[in-house]
Design a protein around this ligand. Structure first.
Ligand SMILES: C[S@@+](CC[C@H](N)C(=O)[O-])C[C@H]1O[C@@H](n2cnc3c(N)ncnc32)[C@H](O)[C@@H]1O
Length: 264
């Protein structure tokens, strides 16, 4: 472990009865923020998603109780309102509660729902951003989210949303937009999304890539095109967690040749 320079700003106190809603990044603990690391060392109760890497949880204080609330082994996920209730209850018991989510809590992570529930229940909370997997996976794969030559914008979109009536992207409109898309939770709706993007005007040979398990030991990148997305996902056994990148940026990494050193 490294030591911080003594010019480093002090970490805030973690008061009893408070909830810290933090992002754990895409997996590798070296991608945690220092504030999330501080929270792990101080928390008495850690309510975490299945996506939070074991190596991150291993950094928790040995006194902390871990409460998993993610979807595991095909079991149904706990309902959001039950998770909210756990957070409020644990805070009311006077614990220092860390709510740890994969990536960033406010990017396809239901962090907003929990923040509102805490505010409504009169519980003080802090939000600690994390590295979101879409932007981290692309960077680690050598795929720039933007370049001056290719795209002035980039779209973060969720391929699949929980069946809770939440809004869905208008894929044809995103196809017309012609800007690269970083697709979270891509696999369930991939065939429909790929067809709709082409119907909207994205060329069939638009470069695309699957980035699976970014920053984890089993990380891999599969390069393909929009037209071949579904076939190549099946041929290569692409599995969750995966980000799909669709757009010119997905084809740029070959220019880095072998000089991009493998993570870490
Ligand atoms: C419910 S969303 C949570 C996103 C998270 N809040 C974030 O900011 O990254 C879960 C999706 O994130 C993506 N994801 C999370 N971790 C990943 C990783 N290490 N590699 C690739 N994709 C990842 C996958 O698309 C996965 O289906």
């Amino acid at each position: 472990m490294f030591s911080l320079p003594n010019t480093f700003p002090e970490f805030p106190e973690f008061p009893r009865g408070e909830v810290w809603l933090a992002g754990a990044g895409p997996g590798d603990p070296r991608l945690l923020t220092l504030l999330a690391l501080h929270a792990l060392s101080q928390a008495e109760v850690i309510v975490h998603d299945a996506l939070v890497d074991k190596r991150v949880l291993a950094l928790a204080s040995s006194r902390a109780s871990l409460i998993p609330v993610g979807k595991r082994g095909g079991q149904p996920s706990p309902r959001q309102r039950d998770i909210n209730a756990i957070l409020v209850e644990q805070a009311s018991l006077g614990h220092r509660v860390l709510r740890l989510k994969g990536g960033d809590p406010f990017v396809f992570g239901r962090g907003w729902d929990e923040a509102i529930a805490l505010a409504d229940a009169g519980v003080y909370f802090r939000i600690i951003p994390g590295l979101t997997s879409g932007l981290t996976a692309t960077a680690l794969a050598g795929i720039p989210a933007t370049t001056r030559e290719t795209n002035p914008a980039v779209v973060l979109a969720a391929g699949h949303r929980a069946e809770d009536g939440s809004s869905r992207a208008d894929w044809e409109a995103l196809g017309r937009l012609g800007q690269p898309i970083l697709l979270y939770m891509p696999l369930l709706q991939l065939p429909d999304v790929a067809i709709a993007l082409q119907r909207g005007g994205l060329a069939a040979d638009t470069p695309a890539a699957f980035i699976q398990s970014a920053s984890k030991p089993d990380a891999r990148v599969v390069e393909t095109t929009l037209a071949r997305l579904v076939e190549d996902a099946t041929l290569n056994g692409v599995a969750s967690p995966t980000i799909v990148v669709i757009g010119t940026i997905a084809g740029l990494r070959s220019r880095l040749r072998t000089y991009l050193v493998d993570w870490p």
